[in-house]
Design a protein around this ligand. Structure first.
Ligand SMILES: [Zn+2]
Length: 457
């Protein structure tokens, strides 16, 4: 019996695929089962048709680096015009006031913004566990499930506080045994393996400079034992190199190697300041980089050497980074920023399709996934649909190129695993005004350092 539940997504205006899919794609259950070449009709029996003649289709965009909780501190005066270290010191005392309710609102705002911009899979790096925030990752899991998205949620950590020469306030650091026990609990409770996974867990000390050497190496051991990925910030600023040399007598990557991190299980946030030898070292190790163009411009951190990293074999994807350094969570706009930042470094012939590739296939590799990130038979039906009928697209010619060059900023429809999660530019079932109101209340309470923190329901 033929399966009659298949959907033909018919005749898109444009589609990002290396195989001819000009007449569309067929989705059955959660998978892409057929690409339909120009002038053809599906050979797969189908029951439904979606007319995509007004849509440009890309694989669902994949975000590889974020800190969802930071949506509570967007465009906050004391951090609006500062480089990384003073920026962090101003923000830590605010972030230390995070509550479960505030985090829930922050995560939902970040996910809504990502999803509405065409993002179907997101990584979050949550390393903030002040008192009462033990269930931070559990809160994130619940929200991701409600939105029907996929996520790699990283159990972050900070173990080196001010008292021990680190940057974060003591109230935000945890003992290593607490970190490791919670990491194991989260992996055992939530981590899904194999194609189609919705929730994956990874381990993510905040940076090598906010945790002890032991925390780095024990995290790597635990990740190896449970076969999960490792993530941290690295080479975002030049100060890190000096810090590493003076504290450990090692260059950054040699330090990573010494703690068991330099391998294909690891992806690094930023990865800006690597020399030629280090780029070769990363490529040989298969360690991946999350390029965060907007954040790097916002904090004036530098321009990552993306084309050279890729040429050396380093998987590169994109990240919007936390909302205190972007301050948006818009993935399609992030691809535009990455395109333009890389053109500043390498010239105007960096193709538009390459930037879309970083946001999709590249990001999938960064998260260690082969089931998402491309439009091909057998892949998950994770798709973003953009319309080009707004003023900003008027007069444009190449539909795919217009997404980045004209500045598409929202998806009209988004599908995750064959299910519509955005319809007509909205998330079905989500009361967005109510969410914004709740989130704003929390954001205001968080930065009012003179007042005790409130819980809003
Ligand atoms: Zn970050």
């Amino acid at each position: 019996m033929p399966n009659m539940t298949a959907l033909w997504i018919k005749n898109p205006q444009g589609i990002l695929s290396t195989t001819d899919a000009a007449s569309g794609i067929v989705v059955r259950d959660n998978l892409i089962v057929e690409l339909v070449p120009a002038g053809k009709v599906p050979t797969t029996p189908y029951a439904e048709v979606f007319d995509a003649s007004n849509h440009v289709i890309t694989p669902g965009l994949i975000n590889t680096h974020h800190h969802f909780y930071q949506t509570l501190t967007r465009a906050w005066g004391p951090a609006a015009n500062a480089p990384l270290f003073p920026w962090l010191q101003n923000l830590y005392k605010v972030w230390a006031r995070l509550t479960p309710d505030a985090l829930d609102a922050a995560v939902r705002v970040a996910l809504a913004e990502l999803l509405l911009s065409g993002c179907t899979t997101a990584a979050d790096h949550h390393y903030l566990f002040p008192d009462g925030m033990d269930e931070s990752i559990d809160i994130e899991v619940a929200a991701v499930r409600d939105f029907g998205m996929r996520a790699t949620l990283t159990r972050g950590s900070m173990t080196l506080g001010e008292d021990d020469g680190g940057l974060p306030p003591q109230s935000t650091v945890q003992d290593l045994d607490v970190v490791l026990a919670d990491s194991q609990r989260l992996i055992e409770t939530y981590h899904e393996r194999g194609a189609g996974a919705s929730i994956q867990i990874a381990l993510a000390p905040c940076s090598p400079f906010s945790v002890t050497t032991q925390a780095m190496s024990e995290s790597a051991k635990l990740a190896g034992q449970f076969d999960v990925r490792l993530h941290t910030h690295l080479a975002e600023t030049l100060d890190e190199e000096e810090f590493c040399l003076s504290k450990f007598g090692l260059r950054l990557l040699d330090y990573l190697e010494s703690v068991g991190w330099l391998g294909p299980q690891t992806w690094l946030g930023h990865g800006i300041h690597f020399n030629d030898a280090e780029i070769r070292q990363l490529g040989a190790a298969g360690t991946a980089v999350a390029h965060c163009a907007t954040s790097n411009m916002r904090l004036s951190s530098g321009i990552a050497r993306v084309l050279e990293l890729e040429a050396a074999g380093v998987p590169v994807g994109l990240g919007v980074d936390g909302s205190a350094s972007n301050d948006g969570s818009n993935m399609i706009l992030e691809a535009r920023q990455a395109l333009y930042l890389q053109r500043l470094r390498y010239g105007a012939d960096v193709p538009v399709e390459r930037a879309l590739g970083w946001a999709t296939e590249g990001s999938a590799k960064v998260l260690g996934r082969t089931d998402i990130g491309t439009i091909a038979v057998g892949k998950q039906a994770d798709l973003a649909f953009f319309k080009t009928d707004e003023l900003r697209f008027s007069g444009s010619h190449d539909p795919l190129a217009s997404l980045l060059l004209c500045g598409a900023d929202k998806a009209d429809r988004v599908m995750v695993g064959g299910k519509w999660r955005v319809i007509d530019g909205a998330i079905p079932g989500l009361d967005l005004p109510e969410l914004i109101q709740r989130h704003r209340k929390h954001a205001r309470a968080l930065v009012d350092l003179s007042a005790p923190i409130h819980q809003f329901s």
